[in-house]
Design a protein. Sequence first.
Length: 346
Amino acid sequence: MTRIVPVHSADDPAIYEAARLLREGELVAFPTETVYGLGANALNAEAVAKIFAAKGRPSTDPLIVHVSDLDMLRRVPFDLPSAAEGLAALWPAPLTLIVKRPSAVPTLVSAGLDTVGLRMPDHPIALALIRAAGVPIAAPSANRFAHTSPTSAQHVYDDLNGSIAMILDAGVTAVGIESSIVDVTSDPPRLLRPGGLSLETIRTYLPDIQVMERHSDASDEAMTAPGMLLKHYSPDAPLILFEGDNYSVREAIRLEADRNLTEGVSVGILAAEEDRAALDLPDVHFIALGSLTDLATIAQRLYASLREMEQAQVDIILARAFPTKGHGLAIRDRLLRAAAGNVIQV
Ligand code: TXA
Ligand code: MG
């Protein structure tokens, strides 16, 4: 059995208990500002191996190492290229930098790569936990492999109950999508995964950043089964993404919903508040993620809404595409992956 332990402040005794478990080589799930992470001592290969086992994650998919402060970063030591210093000054933030892997970090953490993801999460409980553990913490999102990332302790429990000791529960995460990943070992630097820190912000520090357009991370070069990452972030039901102007998208989703309902297929619709009048149809599980003018809220609610669709046991999810500025780039990336290429231009 996995314990869910509520934590209310950075000096909560539960944090010290969790830190002790981490030092003893056990796994602990904890909140960050993006999604919940599944942590292990990043310097202990045996502990890190437990992450892959608990998630059912292939050992070809590298992990992100989390630090609490610059002191810890220097102790390992991680080496930040000077070009990355401006961005790193934004830490703690929803930002992961790919840097050279120090010898103290076992190769298992980075799936054999000579680089490693590094991040300082912007969450008081995460920072207190890492500081109390006294070691950097390797942590992927705390979901079972290829499932939707968890934005609450309950999501973690639903996926991993029985395979981890403890979940620190600090409520729903604020950002709701994973960190932006920037490879600063390449020239020009590359955005490998859009995320909680906007491309617009990253560009002010790295004007020549190259955006990787593929629907997969750079790590798929290290993956044995190609295409696997395309089905990352997937809900259990198939998802179709509709792209186009508001009017055409609503029409197309309505037609597709009707067609499915006629065939006895249960339908979920994932859309915006502005779509409610057109798309909150009888017999359809309709979710408005938020207003089209508030992409941060849409990002925050995206994963929980995909899980809600699963609980409603819909057979198919029809989703609208959102504007791609700010948080929108990451929203588009996650919806494309959830759609596994199933995109309709209208
Ligand atoms: O917001 C986040 O980043 C969350 C929280 C828990 O911090 N973590 C997270 O981890 O999203 P995960 O394991 O679900 O995603 C890590 C991804 C890998 O799948 C890979 O695409 C990329 O980070 N990555 C890690 N190390 C890499 C490396 N050395 N080179 C290229 N990509 C790497
Ligand atoms: Mg993940």
